[in-house]
Ligand binder design. Structure first.
Ligand SMILES: [Zn+2]
Length: 259
């Protein structure tokens, strides 16, 4: 090892240069350590941010939000927030159901407004129908199993098939169809143009009847669901108008209301 002072000259006989060299080396190694620590912190922060991002968007990984029971207040029944993070609570009463002419069922409390909405659509020349209303947990489970089997049949491994199915089908216990407050509305016959005429009408008018587009385009991070132009949720006329004015999803509106 060479014994040089900080100026690069030879060490002096009294050893000052040697000490200076040792001090400078200690400083340099401290600085290097700090740099390494800073780089490590940056890398860790980026990794955490990536995981959190995956958790928020894909609903997977260590930063995916836990699923808990949805808060349920009978006096505010139409505002219950059920989604992939908030399951239907075990004490949720089985709804009293009204059966529509095509056999679909809905919670009887939403039926009068649903009927008014359909009357208005028909008066405007549309021919809509409720293609999905209330579903039991068993039916929701079967839909999920069928979707997983379909992807398995395409050669996908179990975990991947389930993850993909859960992006399209609500996890049993977390579907609004299981509480009877949601309806899928399509055109009878389901021609694409006819469907879109129905969806456009609903997007513009459903709030007048207490229904909201539950999974708007671009709000997946908030609702946990992809855009579904056919899926309408009953929240009541006042809440639907407020949500429309504020541009809020049910999650955001219920959060503001302290539900
Ligand atoms: Zn639906």
């Amino acid at each position: 090892m060479e014994s040089r002072g900080p100026d690069g000259g030879p060490g002096t006989a009294d050893g000052r240069g040697v000490r200076s060299f040792a001090v400078a080396r200690a400083r340099r190694s401290r600085a290097a350590m700090l740099r390494r620590a800073a780089v490590a912190a940056c890398v860790a922060a980026l990794a955490l941010a990536a995981l959190a991002g995956v958790g928020a968007v894909m609903h997977r990984g260590p930063f995916a939000r836990w699923r808990t029971a949805a808060a349920y207040d009978p006096s505010r029944w139409s505002l219950i927030v059920v989604n992939r993070w908030n399951a239907i609570p075990s004490g949720y009463p089985r709804p009293e159901l009204t059966t529509l002419r095509n056999g679909q069922q809905v919670d009887s409390r939403i039926y009068p407004d649903l009927q008014r909405m359909f009357d208005a659509m028909r008066a405007d020349g549309l021919d809509p129908e409720v293609t999905a209303g209330f579903r039991t947990n068993d039916v929701q489970r079967r839909l999920m199993d069928e979707k997983i089997a379909e992807y398995r049949g395409e050669g996908m491994p179990e975990a991947a098939a389930r993850a993909r199915a859960e992006r399209l089908v609500a996890i049993p216990g977390t579907s609004e169809h299981e509480i009877g407050l949601a309806v899928d509305v399509n055109a009878r016959g389901r021609a694409v143009d006819d469907n879109w005429a129905v969806y456009d009408w609903l997007a513009a008018n459903a709030y007048r009847y207490g229904f909201v587009l539950r999974y708007p385009d671009g709000r997946t991070a908030v609702t946990g669901n992809q855009y579904e132009p056919w899926h309408y949720r009953y929240v009541g006329v006042d809440a639907a108008a407020a949500m429309r004015d504020g541009g809020w999803t049910l999650e955001e509106y219920a959060g503001r209301e302290g539900a």
